[in-house]
Design a protein around this ligand. Sequence first.
Ligand code: F6R
Length: 257
Amino acid sequence: MMNETLLDVNLKVYTDAATASKYVAYRIATEILDKQIAGEKAVLGLATGSTPKKVYQHLINLHKNAGLSFENVYTFNLDEYYPMQPVADQSYVRFMNEQLFNHIDIPKKNIFIPDGTLSTDAIAHYCESYEQRIADLGGLDVQLLGIGRTGHVGFNEPGSDWDSTTRLVTLHDVTREDGAADFGSKENVPTQAITMGMQTICQAKKIILMAWGEHKASIIQRAIEGTVTADVPASYLQQFKNVEYIIDNEAAALLRK
Ligand code: F6R
């Protein structure tokens, strides 16, 4: 069973994150160009955190030095802390502006990031409309993912259902520990977030999960080779053929293959 699963896995292991990130950036650029040629929109699901930073740098380079335009691109970010003001240092709105959007020609109206400023009673309706917006644009063409040490993708922490959709969630203790550096201490990390669900993610036409570094090796082994379980939400991705795992040598260290 395990061997069969492994044979099916679309896994690429690179020597380092820089080379792997270049590959991912070219994949996204190709998607955007293919859609431009067809006169269509490209709908991208984007992640924050340290993992995709180099991908965004390459995309900016392709825009500045190779004329790649983002005018036909729509983006939906996976998640945002709750509560969170967009101007705050740790907001994912700020992250995306600084790491990507301020440096490319994407129309501002095409950018969607979960709103961390809502009142709690407005969240459920907002999450439904986030799903609806994605659906109205024909669904996500490519979803970029990092993976947390808890096995989360987006902020779908252990216990998340495979058919979960965009919603307010409680962050795992380990995730808040990992966020401590950005917030000064773990206590300052919000306890909640708004995240796309596992179903939202898995409905994307293509999914690219990236992981770099030895601190991701153990969770990558469980996500790719372990049992499909709510304890490791990323393991749900094993059930989909459109998932590509792009990792570096260090993150691959514990894979048995
Ligand atoms: C971020 C997100 C998270 C991160 C994950 C890994 O939008 O959805 O799932 O991808 O926590 O974070 P880094 O890349 O900082 O190791």
